[in-house]
Each structure stands twice: as C-alpha cells, then as structure tokens.
Design a protein around this ligand. Structure first.
Ligand SMILES: Nc1ncnc2c1ncn2[C@@H]1O[C@H](COP(=O)(O)OP(=O)(O)OP(=O)(O)O)[C@@H](O)[C@H]1O
Ligand SMILES: [Mg+2]
Length: 416
C-alpha cells in the first residue's frame, strides 16, 4: 500500500542543488533522492537552467552567498514563477528568513534538517505540477460546485456518503476534492487508506493570501481525479482553525476543482456553518430512528432560520430497509419534506471501508453503488455548468506511479 509520501518520491523530481562543498552536496543529494543534479555556483546554475525548462526546485546550499541568492530569486520569481527556490543555511534566524521570503524564495531550511529539506523539495515539486498543469485554457468563470454532506447525529453515514459521492463524481470524469471537515475525528483518511503528509491544520502555517497555489501542497492524492484535504490525526491540533480560515480554504478549492465534497462532524459547529455558506447543495442524512429524525427536524428548522434556500438541500435516507418500526412515509410526513434518495443497508459497505475502498469503485454494480451513482448524477443536475473535461473512467489506484503526472488543479489559472 502506498502512502502519499511514496507517491511523490516515485516522481522524477527535477531538482538542482547549488553547492560548492562536496560533502554538503552529497548529504543534500541523499535527502532529495534520485534525479537531482549538483552545480557549484549560481553562474553554473543560470547556464544549467537554460537547458531545463521543466526544473521544479533549486536548492541553494550554505556556500551560496545570501545577496547573490536573493538576486537570483528575484529574477526567477518573474522568469520562472513555477520554480521553487529552497535556501539552506547553517542557522536560520528571522533576518535570513525575512530576506529570503521577500526576494521570492519559497522555503528556508537549516542545514542539518534533511527531512525538512526533503519535504520542502516535495512541496516545491507539487507546486510546480499545480502551476504548470493549469495552463490548459480553462473556464475559470464557471467555478467549482460545493456539496456538503451533513447530519447532526453521529454514525448515520456522512463519511460513507461523502466518500462514495466524491468517488462517483470523479468516476464521471470530474475533478473532485473531498474535504474532511470532521476535524475532531475525521475518518476520510482511514476510509480510503490515505496517509497524509499534510492536513488541513497545515493551513495555519500559511501566511498572506491563501489561494489554490498555497493549498496544493496540503492535498493528498487518491487518484488522478480525486484529491483530498484531510483532517489531522491529532484532533487537538485543529482547535485553532477558525471559521474564516475554513471559508477561505473552501473558496480556494472551488476555484480549482469541478466539485468539492465536504464530509462534516455530527454537530452544527462554526466550520459546518461556514461550509453551508459555501454550499451549492446540502445532502442531509437520515436513518430510520427517532434520534436521527429529531436531529434532522432541528436541522431543517435551523436552515429555515438561516434562510437557506429550500432548493439547495436534499434529504437522503441511509439504511433505508432497516426494519425498526419507522417507515419512510412516516418520516416524510413528520418532516413535511420528501426523501430524495434511499440507500439500502449492506454488510458490503463496512466491508469495503475495512479494505480502504469506496464501494462505488470496488463494486460498481452493487445496488448500494448504483444509488451512489444516481446521487452523483442528481448532484450534477442540481449544480450545473460544470463540464467533465476528461473521459469517464475507473479511478487509477493511489499507488499508480503514473498517477501524479497529470492532474492537480488543471483548471486553476489564478497564478499561472
Ligand atoms: N448503507 C449502509 N449499510 C451498512 N453499513 C453502513 C451503511 N452506511 C454506513 N454504514 C456503516 O455505518 C458506520 C457509520 O458510518 P459513517 O462512518 O459513514 O457515519 P458518519 O455519519 O460519518 O459517522 P460519524 O458521525 O461518527 O462521523 C460505518 O461502519 C459504515 O460502514
Ligand atoms: Mg464520519
């Protein structure tokens, strides 16, 4: 099974190291892996770059003079905006950091922090992909659509539905980002067996405007068409992500993907309200039990108070065939609202989660999968103006080494 880390290190990363000390250069080469080349000076680098238009990262080692490094960065920022410069210094203090970032370098790393160097190079490479992949003549005005899957009660199937909906949309040929907003105990990573290098919490370290470019390194790839922004492993880390930050992140993702699907926690917290504000469609989940029904009733009343347009939400019944005394007809009467789709119960649903698969991808003909596909089609109908740009396909598995070579943010052209 591949982690996100393994996916990126499989890439032929186009990196050049500028360092005159052979022993340091050796160490850096070891840290960034195969594919990197070493030159001894900035003059050599300039020559070297003329032949390499697809270079994604330049590491300026400690032997490179800071003034010369800053001047190079200022030129490259204009000439090669997709190229990241990573400065390595023996010691990093605020003055070095300030000079470096002002001149347009993307990262500053201490000499002995080889792991930090490797991560910085990987971020630079991801950014390069994001920026260059977007030069395809795209329809920015259309913008992506956002669908939030919500229930104020726990365990009714939010993660199951959001994961399978995101997968279904990606299988229909749309580029999709699945966001785990259940910051306290998000299950998307585990459901798809993803091992994030970065999570939504890393957005806290971003300074200035947060746009698609800044978010790109925080995403974890599942397949060519499906990316995820995952919740942190340690829930206490998520405490300081504010409502505003969530709104900014969702707006940026909408600029970059055809569809953003949001999985939510079982509570009306600030993040959820922010997601509602950015939603073009809300899928409200229900199961046939009184607590779920009571919670949905309260949710509908709250949406009414918030003036949330009625045409923007749908009620989805999960485990619809459970024989528990309540019927779908009674539920509709109580809620004074129609159920839009009913997902049957099946042992195959948790079984697929246990294998780290979305059932819609692993068993597309399964009755549950067919309902998910119908929900996806209806979501597309409810949120039009987004056209598939690649042929419908079964998603490439996340360990596909070819997987990263196309992909991320192909529509985005904010920076490029
Ligand atoms: N249609 C279904 N048939 C059988 N099992 C299901 C079905 N839908 C969901 N489940 C199972 O129910 C459990 C809860 O589902 P899920 O994690 O999607 O709920 P949730 O609303 O996201 O929960 P939480 O509020 O804890 O985040 C999981 O074990 C899931 O596999
Ligand atoms: Mg969940």
């Amino acid at each position: 099974m591949a982690s996100a880390q393994a996916i990126y290190t499989n890439e032929a990363v186009m990196t050049t190291i500028v360092e005159s000390q052979a022993s340091s250069a050796e160490l850096f080469l070891g840290a960034v892996g195969g594919g990197a080349e070493v030159v001894a000076s900035i003059e050599e680098l300039r020559q070297h770059l003329m032949d390499r238009l697809d270079e994604s990262v330049v590491i300026l080692g400690p032997s490179v003079n800071l003034t010369a490094a800053a001047s190079l960065a200022e030129t490259l920022r204009v000439d090669r905006p997709a190229l990241s410069i990573v400065l390595v210094r023996q010691r990093v203090d605020t003055s070095v950091l300030g000079d470096a970032l002002r001149s347009g370098m993307r990262e500053v790393v201490e000499q002995r922090d080889l792991t930090g160097l490797s991560l910085a190079v990987r971020r630079g490479h991801t950014l390069y992909q994001a920026l260059t992949a977007s030069r395809g003549g795209t329809d920015e005005a259309a913008g992506g659509r956002l669908v939030t899957v919500f229930s104020a009660k726990g365990g009714v199937g939010k993660t199951t539905v959001s994961t399978n909906l995101a997968m279904s949309l990606s299988m229909l040929g749309h580029r999709v980002c699945l966001v785990d907003l259940d910051l306290g105990s998000g299950d998307v990573a585990i459901s798809l067996q993803l091992f994030p290098v970065s999570t939504i919490v890393d957005a806290l370290a971003l300074v200035g405007d947060i746009g698609a470019e800044e978010l790109a390194p925080l995403l974890t790839k599942y397949s060519d068409n499906l990316w995820t922004l995952l919740a942190p492993n340690a829930p206490e880390l998520s405490g300081s992500i504010g409502r505003h930050m969530v709104g900014t992140i969702l707006t940026a993702l909408k600029q970059s993907f055809d569809y953003v699907v949001v999985d939510s926690p079982p509570a009306f917290d600030d993040h959820v309200l922010q997601a509602f504000d950015h939603s073009d469609l809300l899928l409200l989940l229900l199961t046939l039990d009184i607590p779920a029904l009571k919670n949905l009733k309260i949710t509908l009343e709250t949406l009414h108070l918030l003036n949330f347009p009625r045409e923007k939400y749908r009620i989805i019944l999960n485990r619809a065939d459970s024989k528990v005394g309540l019927t779908p007809g009674e539920v509709e009467k109580t809620l004074k609202a129609k159920i839009s789709a009913s997902i049957p119960s099946s042992h195959d649903v948790p079984a697929s989660v246990n294998r780290g698969e979305a059932i819609v991808a692993s068993q597309p003909k399964h009755p549950v999968s067919q309902i998910f596909m119908t929900i996806a089609h209806e979501a597309v109908d409810a949120m039009p103006n987004v056209t598939p740009r690649v042929a419908p396909t079964t998603p490439a598995h996340r360990s596909d080494p070819e997987g990263d070579k196309r992909g991320l943010f192909r529509r985005k052209s904010r920076i490029a």
